[in-house]
Design a protein around this ligand. Sequence first.
Ligand code: ZN
Length: 212
Amino acid sequence: MKTSFQIGRIIGIPIKLHITFLLILPVFVWNFAINPSPFGFSDQDTTLRYVLSLAMAVSLFVCVILHELGHSYIAKKHGTKIQSITLFLFGGVSALEEIPRDPKTELKMALAGPGVSFLISILFMGIYLLFKSPDDSFIQINDPYMRLFWMISIINIMLGIFNLLPAFPMDGGRVLRAWLAQRTTYIRATREAAGIGKMFAIIMGIFGLFYT
Ligand code: ZN
């Protein structure tokens, strides 16, 4: 059975959707439809509520693809072949033919994804601040279209920060390994980065236990 299908091609890279992605999309639409402002559209009438929620869910996944394209673009520039970018249940995955073993390239590649996310965030926050109505503040956004821009900005900041957490398979884990690999051997750097990631996961777990 075919589990993913191609929806297009950007800078020569096939973009694919995995079937798990088709299951999660309605969940996201529903989530945005029932959440109140500023993280949803529950205060709007039915049609607009679902149109904007769908627009938000699709925007979110377009932003995930753009994040992956950030990684892929740098990888391609350094001669790595990219087979495809596939959208799964929780985010995108770039399939690379070979992962660069040069720490400087890996560092640039790992940072490119979050870099794209932060750029999108700044762009949409700029649009929001330029065109928002005078009554709207940073968290009180009555205009539903402006709220969409605001949400895209905030979600991209979160996407960037979340991906920079220093644990594999997040980009932050790769940044850490690349940074360590410039000082020691690649294998030791991988081991140390994985160790730091584990420690970080334990700290996050303890933090989660006490602050829920
Ligand atoms: Zn990434």
